[in-house]
Design a protein around this ligand. Structure first.
Ligand code: GDP
Length: 361
């Protein structure tokens, strides 16, 4: 691949896997996402991390810096991971792509002290129904009595530095979670013992507070995606863009905009697009594609900078006329060399599918 090419993204390139975070309330979903984002900002060049548009892209080089010895970037040809910033199964269920889940892979967060709770079970059901591969983040390991935190270290490194008592206390809690997964039809084990992540769910002990185990979590996500999602990630990155609206928002100077995740193809500044709306498909033209400015520059007047194009998978704010009735969860499709009526029909069909699945809930 030629990253410096001016012709835009390579055809046949692999796209970024989209990651969702699920779990019971207060088990640490938001904290975990914040931790990943925060560590990524520290590890990366300031421009590398995008946020404030409903999703956070963490490129491979940043992941490998965060994961240290655990990740050898030459083992991977996926470009990184894209995290959906709104955790929880409501957003998981409403954010769809072509009838399936928008997320390719999920992190199920379980508090090591609380174990499985009602929303954990609901999340497991949804992951089962949608056949979404997932790993379990057994969170809050720092709350094990006598735990001695070693910030941001791999879990096995920090676990070895704990007292026998704290280490076996943690093991006991982890085996309870493994047992609960088994009761729900998933064979599971500590992630370092899992050979086949398609047959077994890997449990990764973490602390969203201290960052312990976060390197492992990212490594397992990359490994799992690389091994089992590669075929799904082979998209025509240069083709007409397809995405899902995360949120409809006012942006100063741009009127109503949509924050979207592009999961296939490319969206360009001059593209005609069809967006799902409350009263049916909206046909409009992209006026601007906006990305958040690097954190360091955000204090300046403009929060966003314009980009010429966005390739899958990535988050972007799309400014275009007539987006007032655009709908969260609805599709966005680029028309380009396709027949506009066919694209409208595709969007209508996807909107009907959303209406059906919403009625089922
Ligand atoms: P959510 O509802 O799943 O998004 O949970 P939050 O991320 O809001 O976390 C709920 C509470 O647990 C907050 O008070 C967090 O500070 C706390 N918390 C989350 N993760 C950890 C952790 O790893 N260790 C400790 N000690 N507290 C945590």
């Amino acid at each position: 691949t030629d990253a410096d090419s001016d012709d835009g993204p390579d055809a046949g390139a692999l796209r970024t896997p989209i990651v969702a975070v699920l779990g019971h309330v207060d088990h640490g979903k938001t904290s975990l996402l914040d931790k990943i984002r925060g560590s990524a900002v520290t590890a990366g060049e300031s421009g590398a991390i995008t946020q404030h548009i409903g999703s956070t892209a963490v490129p491979l080089d940043v992941i490998s810096k965060m994961a240290g010895d655990l990740v050898d970037p030459t083992d991977f040809d996926l470009p990184g991971l894209l995290f959906i910033d709104t955790p929880g199964h409501h957003s998981f269920s409403t954010l769809r792509s072509r009838g399936g889940a928008l997320a390719d892979i999920a992190i199920l967060v379980v508090d090591v002290n609380d174990g499985f709770q009602p929303q954990t079970l609901e999340a497991v059901d949804i992951l089962k129904r949608t056949a979404t591969p997932f790993i379990v983040a057994a969170n809050k390991v720092d709350t094990v009595p006598g735990w001695n935190p070693n910030p941001d270290e791999p879990i096995q490194v920090t676990k070895e530095k704990q007292s026998d008592r704290a280490s076996s206390d943690l093991d006991e809690k982890l085996y309870e979670i493994i047992g609960e997964l088994s009761d729900n039809g998933f064979s599971a084990d500590m992630y370092w013992r899992v050979q086949n992540f398609q047959a077994n769910v890997g449990v990764v002990p973490v602390s969203a507070e201290t960052g312990e185990g976060v390197p492992d979590l990212l490594t397992v996500l990359m490994g799992l995606s690389q091994r089992y999602l590669k075929e799904e990630m082979s998209v025509d990155v240069g083709g007409p863009g397809v995405g899902t609206v995360l949120e409809v928002k006012e942006a100063r100077g741009f009127g109503t905009t949509v924050d979207a995740v592009v999961y296939d193809g490319t969206v360009r500044e001059d593209d005609q697009i069809v967006v799902g709306g409350l009263n049916g498909p909206i046909v409009t033209d992209v006026r601007a594609l906006l990305k958040p400015k690097p954190l360091a520059e955000i204090r300046t007047e403009q929060e966003f900078e314009r980009v010429e194009e966005v390739a899958a998978a990535d988050g972007v704010k799309i400014a275009a006329p007539d987006l007032d009735s655009a709908m969260a969860g609805a599709p966005v499709r680029v028309v380009r060399d396709q027949d506009v009526d066919e694209v409208i029909e595709a969007v209508e069909a996807e909107l009907a599918d959303i209406a059906v699945s919403t009625a089922e809930e």
